[in-house]
Design a protein around this ligand. Structure first.
Ligand SMILES: Cc1cc2nc3c(=O)[nH]c(=O)nc-3n(C[C@H](O)[C@H](O)[C@H](O)COP(=O)(O)OP(=O)(O)OC[C@H]3O[C@@H](n4cnc5c(N)ncnc54)[C@H](O)[C@@H]3O)c2cc1C
Length: 378
């Protein structure tokens, strides 16, 4: 008999949530993480992650988001810790652009409370913002941010309290599966279980070569600048944002846990990277790209640089997630390719992956996220 029912490979955002959901269902689960429980080599560090309901990427995400909010609240309660802050969210850009247009479409389709403002009205309400008057801005009151490091730790600690076993600094080298069993070979030994859930983030294709062109790591950079008028960027005075402008697509947060207004550019410099050998130290070009954006649209936020951090997106060709069973090994479930917008979903994806590991299917409709969309005409 296998020592475990399920092994979860990778304990970042998705793996820690999966571990938690399995353990609280009474499943005998082992979580394996190649680095420390908290580390800065992957995709879930940097103090804050946006959560928002007016989902411009596609309206299909909204029902998952509702469940996600519910589960984050549950996690807060069980962990006895504040993990989610509501600030409202701004999705802004040209009227027909993907951000404003998509957010409006999701809001209308799902009956989400929202307001549409121009750049001048947005500045009147939230003076940190200085967008051109003609910018279309959708304000959704339930947007906010999560604390990813704390959420990951809370998921793992609660999983442990339900009996989960966790081993950090133990790298999975390879795995095999067949006849309802999986075998995992690691830097420290071998483990056997009934099921394997792969949540390897930027390393997904190392564990699953079939994802080679479907889950591609990309370097990102985040900046925290000390505002010259800090009161305009404080929690309560500044909603999180997604903003499509001439220079590209940016996102940002109020100052929190750092004396700095935090923001980044989606697909920063378009650098596809090897997750084991990439330039992790930000340079002057990274910094100037970000400061130039802030000078134009958030001039009161541009004081000295407080911190720069790199991080990785793992992009799919259509920028939608991959949630599925392995095409040849039904014992293996895959959560990959979160394309820079996955964190807010960790709580519900943990539930989905636990369903897949236990029953081979999920209570949530995940057809949109199946692998076959890349391999068949459908
Ligand atoms: C700069 C930046 C900003 C972002 N902003 C947002 C945002 O505002 N809102 C939002 O919703 N999302 C955002 N995202 C995206 C979100 O953070 C990611 O989608 C999410 O964190 C991905 O989680 P993951 O579990 O797939 O990856 P990770 O959290 O990186 O976890 C993967 C884990 O697997 C481990 N691992 C890999 N290989 C092995 C192995 N062989 N053996 C053992 N362990 C292994 C890794 O060490 C890692 O800990 C952002 C991402 C970045 C980089």
């Amino acid at each position: 008999m296998a020592a475990y029912d399920v092994i979860v490979l990778g304990l970042g955002g998705m793996g820690s949530a999966t571990l938690h959901h399995l353990a609280r269902r009474g499943v005998r689960v082992l979580g394996l993480e190649r680095f420390d429980l908290m580390h800065e080599y992957g995709s879930s560090h940097g103090l804050t992650r946006i959560i928002r309901l007016a989902y411009w990427e596609h309206p299909t995400y909204v029902s998952l988001l509702r469940r996600s909010y519910e589960l984050w609240r549950e996690l807060e309660r069980d962990a006895g810790e504040r993990l989610l802050h509501i600030t409202g969210s701004i999705d802004a850009g040209p009227r027909d652009g993907k951000v404003f247009g998509g957010a409006l479409r999701s809001s209308e389709l799902h009956g989400l409370p929202h307001e549409v403002l121009d750049g001048a009205e947005l500045h009147r309400r939230y003076p940190g913002y200085r967008l051109p008057r003609e910018t279309h801005c959708l304000l959704q009151p339930e947007g906010g941010f999560l604390l990813p490091e704390r959420c990951n730790v809370a998921h793992v600690a609660l999983a442990q309290s339900h009996g989960a076993e966790v081993r950090c600094r133990e790298q999975v080298l390879d795995w095999d599966a067949g006849g309802g069993r999986v075998w995992v070979r690691t830097s420290r030994g071998q483990h056997e279980a009934g099921r394997l859930v792969v949540c390897a983030g930027a390393w997904a294709s190392r564990m699953l070569p079939e994802l080679d062109r479907l889950a591609v790591p990309e370097r990102q950079v985040l900046a925290w600048l000390q505002p010259t008028r800090p009161e305009l960027f404080e929690l309560g005075a500044f909603p999180v944002f997604n903003l499509e402008v001439d220079e590209g697509h940016y996102y940002g947060f109020p100052s929190f846990l750092m004396p700095g207004f935090k923001f980044g550019r989606y697909h920063h410099r378009g650098e596809v990277v090897d997750p084991d050998a990439w330039p992790r130290e930000p340079d002057e070009e990274d910094e100037e790209l970000l400061r130039a954006f802030a000078r134009r649209y958030f001039p009161d936020g541009v004081g000295p640089t407080m911190m720069l951090k790199t991080c990785m997106f793992t992009n799919t060709p259509d920028r939608h997630f991959i949630l599925d069973l392995h095409p040849e090994h039904p014992e293996v479930a895959i959560a990959a390719g979160f394309s820079g917008h996955g964190y807010k979903f960790c709580s519900v994806i943990g539930e989905i992956m636990a369903d897949l590991a236990q029953d081979g299917r999920s209570r949530h409709d995940i057809d949109f996220f199946r692998l076959r969309r890349f391999t068949t005409a459908g």
